[in-house]
Design a binder for this molecule. Structure first.
Ligand code: ATP
Ligand code: MG
Length: 368
């Protein structure tokens, strides 16, 4: 009996100890919650006296004391200040501001119009809509029309949409800002809308500029419901994009090119007049186009008795990207055969291979 009493007592002590620890933990937590939020500021100047000048987000600057626990500060550091007397209590390090320039690609692409096979009509149209108003806005004022602010390239995968946008960039003096919409929402969760805003202000700053938004459907797809926070976030990003497009001048020197292979899912809001209202279809190449594309991608290949027109006939339904793959594969067959030239037979095998990769059924009967 006594044994069980002692056990029970021990149990109670144990429980008491546990509860006390819990109370301590909660008290600390409560203390943390009651502490007023800290102010974030940037260090502007550091004096020998140990005092520093900080700039808080509203722009005001203060000369403040630094708590010993912070360690050495240098201008450009971000710090946390206590609200009441603005003492620096914590060093946050170099919080590089939301550096939009790190997330977008700003460069002169190396491809040009001559690297595009077929698509002559599309090239003409893009140049007219994007290049001409950037180069000669006066012309439009004189005639009294406003050019579209942006265009949308749409069509099946691998047909040269990205290629067209890049060639556009290298043929003008405009700065080319490229963003991939799917990355915008996947990598920068919670920041999409802000990023869109910064991209447009970056474009205005660097103008003349072309903003290229690839895989536009990732942010501009029509959604029936906005259930998850992810969907709401994408929607916010999209709304910001619409606002930015609406906010700039069609005769100014920023143009937008969007690209998608899912025009069917796009929210019509993005296509409304005054937005990306010039649609340019980029279809699969026809026979002539395929021959052109073969010519481009075999430019540097040592061919022997290769009939590109015949290859074009054999590749009905292939995209530009497929044709490029055929050329690469043909080259591999030549290397495997230890030859220093590429033959028609290499191309036949390559076509078969690429076709098989595309769809395992259907074509087999045709090619065995
Ligand atoms: N018309 C073309 N002329 C020459 N090469 C082409 C053409 N179309 C596609 N290619 C080749 O295929 C590659 C992929 O094309 P691109 O990235 O432009 O396709 P896309 O239309 O943007 O496809 P997606 O819809 O999948 O983004 C190009 O880098 C190029 O090598
Ligand atoms: Mg593309």
């Amino acid at each position: 009996m006594a044994d069980t009493d002692a056990d029970r007592l021990l149990g109670v002590f144990e429980e008491n100890r546990f509860l006390k620890a819990e109370v301590m933990r909660l008290r600390k937590e409560l203390e943390r919650f009651q502490r007023p939020p800290l102010v974030i500021a940037e260090v502007k100047e550091v004096f020998d006296s140990g005092k520093v000048v900080v700039k808080i987000p509203n722009g005001s600057e203060f000369l403040v004391e630094v708590s010993k626990s912070c360690g050495a500060l240098t201008p450009g550091d971000f710090v946390a200040l206590e609200q009441k007397n603005l003492i620096v209590v914590q060093k946050l390090g170099k919080l590089s501001k939301f550096a939009v320039e790190r997330f977008v690609i700003i460069e002169k692409p190396k491809v040009g119009w001559r690297d595009i096979g077929g698509l002559n009509e599309q090239i003409r149209e893009i140049r007219e809509v994007v290049e001409l108003p950037l180069k000669n806005p006066k012309l439009f004022r004189k005639i009294g029309i406003t050019p579209p602010k942006g265009i949308l390239l749409y069509g099946p995968p691998g047909t040269g949409k990205t290629l067209l946008a890049k060639s556009m960039a290298s043929s003008t003096k405009a700065v080319f800002i490229e963003i991939v919409a799917s990355e915008l929402v996947q990598k920068f969760i919670g920041e999409g809308a802000k990023l869109v805003k910064e991209i447009f202000s970056l474009a205005r700053e660097k103008a003349p500029a072309i903003i290229f938004i690839d895989e536009l459907d990732a942010i501009a797809a029509q959604r029936v419901e906005l259930g998850t926070s992810g969907e709401r976030e994408v929607n916010r990003t999209f709304m910001q994009l619409l606002a930015e497009i609406d906010g700039f001048d069609p005769l100014g020197d920023v143009k937008i090119i969007g690209a998608t292979n899912r025009i069917d899912v796009l929210d019509p809001a993005i296509l409304r007049p005054g937005r990306l209202d010039r649609l340019i279809h980029v279809p699969l190449p026809d026979g002539k186009g395929r021959a052109d594309i073969f010519k481009i991608h075999t430019r540097k290949m040592p061919l022997r008795e290769v009939d590109l027109n015949q290859l074009a006939k054999l590749t009905e339904g292939f995209s530009g990207a497929d044709i490029k793959a055929v050329c690469t594969e043909a080259g591999y067959f030549a290397i495997r055969g230890k030859r220093n030239y590429v033959s028609m037979d290499d191309f036949f095998k390559a076509i078969k291979k690429v076709r098989r990769e595309e769809s395992s059924e259907g074509y087999k009967e045709m090619f065995g």
